[in-house]
Each structure stands twice: as C-alpha cells, then as structure tokens.
Design a protein around this ligand. Sequence first.
Ligand SMILES: [Zn+2]
Ligand SMILES: [Zn+2]
Length: 452
Amino acid sequence: MAVLNATNSETRTPPLERLIGFDTIRRPFESWYAFVARLIRANLLTDVEIRRQVPPDWVRWAFAPDSVLPGDLATLGPYFRQLSKPEIKIRPGAWQPFPELSSSPPECLRICPRCIGDGYHSYAWQGDLIARCPVHHEPLTHHCPHCATQLLWQSRSPGLSAFQCPAGCLLLDGIHSGLYVPDELAITQALQEHWQWTQSLSAAITFVSGPMHIAYPPYLASAPLRMPPLPSKGLLPALMHALQSSGVTMPGFKPYHEQSRGHWTIEAKSWTWKESEPSTEDQLETYRRAFRRGAYRTHVPIATRAPIDAWLAASESAHGRWHGGEVEEGEHCSTLVLPSYLVTNNELTGLRRLLARGRDPELACAHYLQALVDLLEHARQRRIALDKLDHPSPHITVAESVDAIVRTAEGYWRLSGFTRGEDDSRASWLDYREPAEIAGGMIHIMRRSGPP
Ligand SMILES: [Zn+2]
Ligand SMILES: [Zn+2]
C-alpha cells in the first residue's frame, strides 16, 4: 500500500485540475483567454506560480491566441478531450470565415464591457462580424472601457494581462471572480446561433482568388502603420449585400451582426475566364519572383500579353507615350517595366498576394491579369490627376479598394469596390511617402512634371 509522505505532499505542486475555476474549462464557446485568465485571478497566481503550475503552451495560447496553429489541435492533451469543439475555444480564426475582410486588429482583445466585467470572453467577439453583444446589447470594443487604451493581448506579464488592460485597469467588475457568469446560458445560446450562421456563410461563399485589398493615401496617412493594412469597417456586409442584390442566396443577418457597409461601394459581376494558357504552381512561382521594385523602374510579371498590349495601346492613343512603360521578354516570363512612381508599394503588394494565394493557378492568373489592367488604368488616371492637382478627381481620393473572385452555388462572381476619401484629403498625396517597401527602396509617388 502506498503511503503518502506528508512533507512531499505539502511542497508538491497541486494538480492542475485542483485550481479554482478549473471546472469552467467546459464552457463551450468561451475563449481560452477567459479560462486561463480566470485560473490566474481566482487562484491569485503570481508570475512564478503561473510558470510552475500552468502549462507554458496554455499561457502562450491565452495571451497570443493568433499563434495557435491547426497543428496544435492535433496533439491535444486529455483535458481538451472534454471540449466538444476545441478549435472554437482555442483559435480565434475558427470563428472568422474571412479574416482578411475584418477591420478589427487581431493583436487586440475585443470585448463586451459587461461580459468581461463578469469574467466572460469569447473568440466570437474577435473579428468584426458581431457589432454588439447579443445579450447585453453593448457595442463590442478593443479599447479599455475605463481608460480607452487599446487592449493588446501581450502586455507586461501573464499575471498582469489576465483581465487587465495594458494600463493596469481591472476589466472585471468590482470584486467579481469571474467564476459565475450570470448570463452564461443566454450567451451560450446566442453564440451557438452565431456559430451556425458563420458555418452557413462559409458554405455559401468561397474565396477562390483574393481578396486583394489596397489602402491608398489619404487613408494610409491617418491609419497606424500596419502590414498589410486592415480594410475599414463594413467590407463584409458590403460584399454580402452586393451578392444578395445579384440574386445569390445568403444567410440573413442577425440583429447583433455588423450590418453597416461603412464607406464601401461594392459591385458583384458574374465572372467567367478563358482557360487559354494552362498555368501550373511552378509557373505561378516564376511570376511571383518576377516582381522587382527599384527606385526608378518596377517590373510586373505578365501572364498573357494580349490584355496588357491592348491597355498600352489604348492609353497611348489617349495620351501618347506618357507612361514610359514597355514590355520586356524575360527568360522565364514577360514583364511590364514601369517607372516606379506610377504604382504604389501597396498596389504591388496586393497584386503579388493575388498570385501567392490563388488556390487554382489558372483562375488566379486570369484574375491577376484583370486586376493588373484595372490597376494600371487607375494609376494612369491618378497620374494625370496628380499632375494637375487643381481639379478634384476620384482617382486621388480613392481611399481603399478591394477585388476578389468568389464561388457560390450560383457560379463565379467578381467582387470589386472602393471607398471614397474626402475631396479635401487630396492634399495629403502631395507629401505622401510610402512606409512599406518591396525591395528596400522607398518609393516616392510624386513627380514634378507629367503629361501635358
Ligand atoms: Zn455581453
Ligand atoms: Zn484601462
């Protein structure tokens, strides 16, 4: 018979499941952050004790949830087997069918102030699909309700990050322990409904190329530096609305969903493409490598020459050889060589991402070529407008644009749209310099003299 040594049992670290609040692991839609933060607060764990008692992975996943990869879920330990859908408790991304369309910064905790006051948080709040809490009707926010500091996940230490804003305000209400959530049942039911809604949304729309999101000045000038920039609010509702108006069957909004379309104007057009040149993944890689950004010349790959030649001819017949661009036959693929001031770094990054993320090489190439021609045409109009800045022009007030190919039960659609900046903001192009860079060159979009 085993006899317990009294001295050892006192100094031994108590098993994880003996921590107060451990039984709350089973709250199905609550976030891993709330669970671990509650273990830390309810047991008054110091940073030293956290390191000793809570598995390091748990702490990392709680305070850096975007680092949780699908692979981490494959090796889940015994505790996780108690969860019915581990991914929705552990990965914020699982709640977002299209994370690239979200305007909420993923590096911040997004909360309902009332829920977090009771110690409750769900990864369903991350992203911007839900505008207000379905139970408390409070607008969700990524700022501290007390001091307005951004709620960054990682602040000074796990102990101080649990239910605290980076400036130190306690997010729990009064002396709340977070162990008992008064509205738990109502929140769980609402989140169950929202989970089904996101599932039916991703079943209705599949992004097959893109989205390519480009932020232009003056938007970029007023937004904090971020790579790649997030779209402004309302992009997903605007896309859904555009598809609905074209007769695509989509799940209807719930009252707590974000329905504002922000400043977005989106058009959905039925889309087909010619499978003329078979493209392979290797070829796509060749195109990706052909992007070259220098201080004076920029190289952009061309998958098929015909549309580019047509655009060059049309723009030359309108304005002469104003652009200084030409097609160069390379060893592996043709490139369009342009003066660097014509296109922004942001535009090039967007184009390059189209080729980098296309799941179907042929389809991605076809979409890339169309997006390239549209972008060049926009760059041409912008160049002309910039050179006579006295006239208001939509081409230098466009603040953001988006382009994507989606597949629905009704077929393929090309979604393109933009937001408009204020006319006054045109002046911010004057001393605009891009902080982003592709090949180490800081590109200045302005030029003293342009086409007559
Ligand atoms: Zn709430
Ligand atoms: Zn605060």
